[in-house]
Write a protein that binds this ligand. Structure first.
Ligand SMILES: Cc1cc2nc3c(=O)[nH]c(=O)nc-3n(C[C@H](O)[C@H](O)[C@H](O)COP(=O)(O)OP(=O)(O)OC[C@H]3O[C@@H](n4cnc5c(N)ncnc54)[C@H](O)[C@@H]3O)c2cc1C
Length: 382
């Protein structure tokens, strides 16, 4: 018996399930595929700002992994992996159970870095894990509405932070005296890595929405957020979208990692140290060229990953693999990725290289792409 383990129900692994549902593995040696992930639902982060803004209900923004796994013939284990020994080819569950594999694929995302925010007793709400974020946000929102005032500070001025700040403003209404929203970045400014036009456009939308942007690093204190400019923001809710760190359990995995602890992979998303291990999405670091950590790449690398897992397990499970048949594919990320940012109301901004457009049509376009993504994984064989 051969075994493939998919760790995490992330964006790329959805494509692996889809691929297996469409074309079951036909190996000479029987092969089982397991997916280990903590929740039965995979949230689609692109729709989270729309959920916070009140445009969507929770079930519209997530994919139920159970029917998808069933159609794919994949055994779903609702648990977390807390360790890997890549030399012994096994993963470890929280109760200490080891599970051996022949081929392993990691799509576990990243964790929000709150290290420089955690000096206070004030609760910080990290954006990931998303289900935890949504629960805590909903509780905060109910309290804020009952009290009739709040000050929300969103720390992290990348696309996710901007979308969340605008979504919070939208759901709380225009009264900026009662409901204050601040956005905190670093000296890299708004939307690092995006073109000047889109940054200008976003700045003017923030101004119109009465969201103040401070390009100063923040430290959380018991009285609020202390900015590197010396200003103290008396926020009673801090939402952290401060970029991702690698899961700490990778440290002892014996996999080659980059200097920040992410799994070092080649262009085929195969570990550079272990040929039977793949990693895709936010958890990996491409060694051949820079590929940004974003949902776009996690999604687009999915079909390549599906091919490469299939190819590798066929190679392992065939008694006499024909020479040259099992060739892995490379994921060639496009130079420019399309980003559609939702801006609170049903209004969006396009960022594509140096180009930028905005309008309600952008939101409709994004809505169509996002809802089609959910539909695609909700009815594979219909
Ligand atoms: C508000 C917001 C908006 C965003 N909008 C966009 C956008 O418009 N476009 C874009 O390109 N990017 C966007 N991003 C970034 C995008 O969300 C991430 O880059 C993307 O989710 C990465 O996908 P992934 O498959 O690597 O991981 P994830 O989608 O994070 O999936 C990881 C999976 O692994 C599971 N898991 C975690 N730990 C373990 C463990 N120990 N054992 C087993 N399973 C585990 C999780 O439960 C989850 O199912 C946004 C992010 C946020 C927060």
């Amino acid at each position: 018996m051969k075994r493939v383990i998919l760790v995490g129900g992330g964006h790329a692994h959805l494509s692996v399930l889809e691929d297996l549902a469409r074309k079951p593995l036909q190996t000479k040696t029987p092969t089982e595929v397991l997916m280990i992930t903590p929740e039965a639902f995979q949230w689609y982060s692109g729709m989270l700002p729309g959920l916070i803004a009140g445009h969507y209900q929770a079930p519209e923004c997530r994919i139920d992994l159970q029917p998808l796994a069933k159609e794919s013939g994949v055994k779903l284990i609702l648990n977390s992996v807390i360790g890997i020994d890549a030399n012994r080819q096994c993963v470890c569950l929280p109760d200490g159970t080891p599970i051996e594999y022949d081929v392993l694929s990691l799509d576990v995302g990243s964790t929000t870095d709150t290290s420089w925010l955690s000096l206070s007793k004030q609760p910080i709400i990290p954006i990931k894990p998303l289900d935890n974020f949504i629960d805590r946000w909903n509780r905060f929102l109910d309290r804020a509405k009952t009290q009739g005032s709040c000050h929300i500070a969103v720390v992290g001025a990348g696309a996710a932070g901007i979308e969340l700040a605008l979504a919070a403003r939208h759901v709380l209404g225009d009264n900026a005296k009662k409901y204050k929203v601040s956005l905190i970045g670093t000296s890299s400014g708004l939307l690092p890595g995006h073109g000047k036009n889109v940054i200008r456009r976003i700045q003017s939308i923030l101004d119109r929405s009465n969201i103040t942007f401070s390009p100063h690093k923040a430290t959380a204190t018991d009285d609020g957020l202390l900015l590197s400019s010396g200003e103290l923001l008396p926020a009673n809710c801090v939402l952290a979208t401060t970029g991702g760190t690698a899961p700490d359990w990778l440290e002892l995995s014996k996999l080659a990692l980059d200097s920040s602890g992410f799994v070092a992979v080649d262009a085929c998303h195969r570990s550079i140290s272990h040929q039977n291990v793949f990693a895709v999405g936010d958890v990996c670091a491409r060694q051949d060229k820079y590929v940004a950590r974003s949902g776009v790449h996690a999604v687009h690398a999915g079909p390549i990953l599906a091919h490469n897992i299939r190819t590798t397990i066929m190679d392992h499970a065939s008694k006499e693999p024909p020479r040259g048949k099992y060739i892995l594919k490379e994921y060639n990320a496009k130079k420019r990725s399309l980003y559609l940012l939702s801006c609170g109301s049903r209004y969006g901004v396009v960022s594509w290289g140096g180009l930028s457009f905005s309008g309600t049509w952008v939101w409709k376009w994004k809505n169509r792409i996002d809802t089609n993504f959910i539909k695609r994984f909700s009815r594979i064989n219909e």
